[in-house]
Design a protein around this ligand. Structure first.
Ligand code: IVH
Length: 677
């Protein structure tokens, strides 16, 4: 049966069934870690649901599992008053103060007193409101009285259920922490490296920044996670914190695992201290960051009796871990040259053990860092391990500086090609400007180009690229496509078979879609997501190449920094020659044309501008595409329609009016293409 043959009743039933199934599999996979079907089978069900929802949007559930991939754009995060104030916790770095706190409570003589110890997740607090088992709103803590509505973004977090299972209260709020697991943080920074973007400093700030992104589709890619730690509501049937948290687990929430020791009850102060000591020792083994331990009194009756101070409950407190720090000696400073030419100073240290690993090197970030500490060789420095794998220098012991110590001066020339370094205003890094022939830049660019997420060229690893460049066989990305058997066979470790593989891999890469070619070019700040957005927005390399600053800025999530980088890339003669050569070799220079939904817009040129209520700009452009129309970035005499949203520039509107272009609202556009009919 084709989806198009489904009648309304069947479609409605099928949408309901698929939504429930997808919710069930989401729970099995993300919460219970007991998947019943493969990832492909899951994707298949999801595609089926999406197609049906496209055809019958009137039946799509507001909390449809298809919303997990995001797409909603939030123009402004609305302010929302909390029904129950979101308090913070008293906290201390002193074990004695924890003992005193627990001692005071123990002495109050409450029968069967029990403490619950939990991890203090280092993320962002969130309040989730559910009504009739459906997520209706997600709000940040804000000032504790009112926060911001970030529902569209929170919906994309896989461990937050959109529809609950089991026996849940009609209305309640559940609170917890959203955080970025270390693996997701590492991957994100690796992709920032690839795009030549500044790394994010730590998982917590990155989580906070991610939750405030306007485009929920980007949030969906960031791998955020949650733990829930408090249920709030009127007349809830629970007698204790543990009862409530366990019940929340049965409704489909991700709660801390007892089996992993993430939560534990005890009725002694010694039990509390054991929990603290255990996790102080073992926290580096956790797949996420914690900054301490939270201790709560379990019984709600006891909590009521203990009450609150002005800012925080008396029945809970937090012990904060001191960052793990060691002191060691600075031996020397090396300077690394990245793919974009950015110079990163790296400290070589007397090896020392820190948090279970031996530390020999520490990142110094940039020249400002060296200046800030006024670093001298042989200084005794403090090294700390944060969210990053590479530890950082956080200070030094001036009193122990040797009398004749030599200051660390930043280098003036590239350590690889000896070109004088430049540092532009506002830039954190020094750069080697010799893009054309500085070996690590050339090698890094080609390694990036052939990498899996870009051209995915089989048979050529990072070492082979370095070998090819070092031996002078290739100098640019385009040279890859001129490679022949003979010079390759002459290289060390290159036998017949590996040469065949390499050449076949290069040939196959000509089929890679345009958005990945664009990503592979390694334009500064153009990562995978940005490359996709640009490719869909402009359609072809030719259009993108001549896009103006304003046209670039009109694309979602493209800011001035990215726009400037693109403009300067396309102004450069070498870039243009490179693109021309790649084009001649037959690489994809336009987005693939998909099967059309209709030909209503055939021969028509449209411009989308501003922000819309129900569709994102990308969705609108996609709809233009699949209905046969052509998207362009700026209004001209050739424009047939301007689809105008809120906040569109007045000059664009005036130009359109002057040229007699038909201006459509979002609704008028939907009617034109029969959207939802
Ligand atoms: S309970 C009224 N439990 O720490 C007490 N908070 O300083 C409500 N946090 O805003 C908080 N892990 O963002 C609680 N297991 C945990 C927590 C936790 C992290 C954060 C939360 C809160 C802050 C309080």
């Amino acid at each position: 049966m084709y989806l198009y043959d489904v009648n309304q009743e069947e479609a409605k039933a099928k949408i309901l069934h698929l939504s429930a199934e997808l919710n069930r599999h989401n729970d099995l996979y993300y919460i219970q870690a007991k998947p019943e079907i493969s990832d492909q089978a899951f994707d298949f069900l999801l595609k089926e649901l999406e197609s049906l929802e496209d055809l019958f949007p009137q039946f799509a559930l507001p909390n449809s599992p298809s919303k997990r991939v995001g797409g909603d754009i939030t123009k402004k995060f609305e302010s929302v008053r909390h029904e129950f104030p979101m308090l913070s916790l008293a906290n201390t770095y002193s074990e004695e103060e924890i003992q005193e706190w627990a001692g005071r409570i123990t002495k109050a003589g409450m029968e069967q007193l029990e403490f619950v110890c939990e991890l203090k997740y280092d993320g962002v607090a969130i309040g989730l409101r559910y009504e009739q088992g459906e997520l209706v709103r997600a709000v940040t803590r804000g000032d504790g009285e009112q926060g911001e509505d970030i529902t569209a973004n929170v919906r994309t977090i896989r461990t937050i259920p959109l529809s609950l299972k089991g026996d849940f209260p009609d209305k309640f709020e559940i609170r917890g922490e959203v955080f970025m697991p270390l693996e997701a943080f590492g991957k994100l920074n690796a992709s920032r490296d690839e795009a030549g973007e500044e790394r994010f400093a730590n998982p917590r700030n990155t989580t906070a920044g991610t939750l405030k992104l306007q485009d929920s589709a980007v949030v969906a890619t960031r791998g955020l996670d949650t733990f829930l730690y408090g249920v709030y509501g009127n007349d809830l049937p629970f007698q204790s914190h543990v009862d409530a948290v366990k019940a929340a687990g049965s409704w489909g929430f991700k709660i801390p695992s007892e089996a992993h020791g993430y939560i534990s009850s005890t009725n002694t102060i010694a039990g509390v201290m054991d929990f603290i000591h255990y996790w102080d020792e073992h926290r580096s083994e956790l797949p996420f960051e914690i900054d301490g331990i939270v201790i709560k009194v379990n019984s709600y009756e006891h909590q009521r009796r203990l009450g609150f101070t002005a800012k925080s409950p008396r029945w809970a407190t937090a012990f904060k871990f001191k960052a793990k720090q060691v002191q060691t000696r600075l031996l020397s400073v090396d300077y690394q040259v990245g793919r974009t030419g950015a110079i990163t100073p790296v400290a070589n240290l007397t090896p020392i053990s820190l948090g279970g690993t031996t530390v020999k090197r520490a990142s110094l970030h940039n020249a400002d860092q060296i200046e800030k500490f006024d670093l001298h060789l042989d200084d005794l420095v403090f090294v700390e391990k944060g969210g990053e794998i590479i530890p950082k220098i956080v200070g030094l012991d001036l009193a122990k500086r040797l009398p004749n110590a030599v200051p660390v001066g930043f280098i003036t020339h590239c350590p690889e090609c000896h070109s004088p370094l430049v540092r532009e205003e506002g830039e954190a890094h020094h750069f080697c400007p010799n893009q054309v022939s500085c070996p690590p830049q050339v090698i890094g660019r080609i390694q990036h180009f052939v990498s899996r997420k870009a051209m995915n060229i089989d048979g050529i690893g990072e070492e082979t690229v370095a070998q090819l460049v070092n031996e002078g066989v290739i100098l640019t990305l385009a040279d890859l496509y001129d490679l022949t058997r003979e010079p390759l066979l002459a290289l060390d470790r290159m036998a017949d078979k590996s040469v065949d593989n390499l050449l076949a891999g290069i040939e196959a890469s000509k089929k890679v879609p345009f958005e990945r070619v664009l990503f592979g070019l390694g334009i500064r700040f153009v990562g995978e997501t940005v490359a996709k957005k640009l490719a869909y927005a402009f359609g072809t390399m030719d259009t993108l190449q001549i896009a103006t600053f304003e046209e670039l800025l009109a694309v979602d999530e493209i800011g001035e920094r990215i726009a400037n980088s693109l403009i300067s890339f396309f102004k450069n003669q070498e870039s243009l020659q490179l693109i021309a050569r790649l084009k001649l070799h037959g690489l994809n220079m336009e987005v693939e044309k998909r099967a059309l939904d209709s030909t209503v817009l055939e021969g028509k040129t449209l411009v989308v501008s501003g922000v819309f209520d129900s569709l994102s700009r990308d969705e609108l452009k996609h709809l233009i595409d699949v209905n046969g129309g052509k998207n362009t970035g700026s209004v001209s005499a050739k424009t047939d329609f301007l689809v105008a949203g809120e906040g569109m520039g007045p000059s664009k509107l005036k130009k359109a009016t002057d040229l007699g272009v038909t201006i459509l609202s979002e609704e008028e556009f939907k009617n034109l293409i029969g959207y939802g009919k």
